[in-house]
Design a protein around this ligand. Structure first.
Ligand code: 13P
Length: 254
């Protein structure tokens, strides 16, 4: 997808369609003319039509936060990659730690979703990251490597359609981001794992950092050599703060 930094917002379970429209009314004028970074918002499913409509004819892209791996069928409460694509999504986040830890998603399930989403032509943001307990037990690299290998099993030749988000679970929603140099170390490791899977493809993957990214720390995070974007939760909910992060990315690119 090119060399641009990817500045992505994950709204999680926030905002109604009306609030989505209001958000973009405020957000879009603030990022007008920004062309050095790629901007993505992943709203709840119910808000996707409003988000797609509002961002039509703008460079802002829309993605889903999850999907199932079947195209259609008796899967109450689920949504398929075909549907996301038809609704105007270009991306889907898969394997978010909240999906793994609150909803019990396994690497095997996530891998099926990754395969299916790629088949439908969606770009995938695969999330990986260790819990606090795993970090304190010295298992960060082991956990991240295993999540990458299992999540990407069978799609190693499609890395050009994939981004990775490193989201240490202990940094999500806590206000305390990983230290930029600690994140950098894991990002470098992630690139080494990807290179082992597919040396050429690995160069095309953007590895994003997520976990308490905000305007105050975005510059230090995005300045690390192996950090190619951010996945922002809480700070993406306010148009002003997300626009500020976008502009920091743009400034670093210029
Ligand atoms: P916060 O930015 O709220 O910590 O969330 C990060 C995240 O989980 C993005 O997917």
């Amino acid at each position: 997808m090119g060399d641009k930094l990817l500045i992505a917002g994950n709204w999680k379970m926030h905002k109604t369609p009306q609030q989505t429209r209001e958000y973009f009314e405020q957000f879009l004028p603030q990022v007008e003319g920004v062309n050095g970074v790629e901007i993505l918002i992943c709203p709840p499913f119910i808000d996707i039509p409003a988000a797609v409509e509002m961002t039509k004819d703008t460079p802002v892209k829309i993605g889903g936060q999850n999907c199932y791996y079947e195209k259609e069928g008796a899967f109450t409460g689920e949504i398929s990659p075909v549907m996301l694509k038809a609704a105007g999504c270009e991306y889907v986040i898969l394997g978010h730690s909240e999906r793994r830890h609150i909803f019990g998603e396994s690497d095997e399930l996530i891998n099926k979703k990754v395969i299916s989403a790629l088949e439908e032509g969606l770009r995938v943001i695969l999330c990986v990251g260790e819990t606090l307990q795993e970090r304190e037990s010295g298992l960060t690299f082991t956990v991240v490597e295993s999540q990458l290998k299992l999540g990407l099993s069978g799609v190693e030749d499609k890395l050009s359609q994939i981004e990775i988000a490193y989201e240490p679970v202990w940094a999500i929603g806590t206000g305390v981001a990983a230290k930029p140099e600690d994140a950098q170390e894991v990002h470098k490791f992630i690139y080494s794992v990807l290179e082992n899977l597919n040396p050429e493809g690995a160069k095309k993957v953007r590895v994003l950092y997520g976990g308490s990214v905000k305007p105050a720390n975005a510059e230090a995070i995005l300045s690390q050599p192996h950090i190619k974007g951010v996945l922002v939760g809480g700070a993406s909910l306010k148009p002003d703060s997300f626009a500020e992060i976008v502009k920091i990315g743009q400034r670093l690119t210029a």
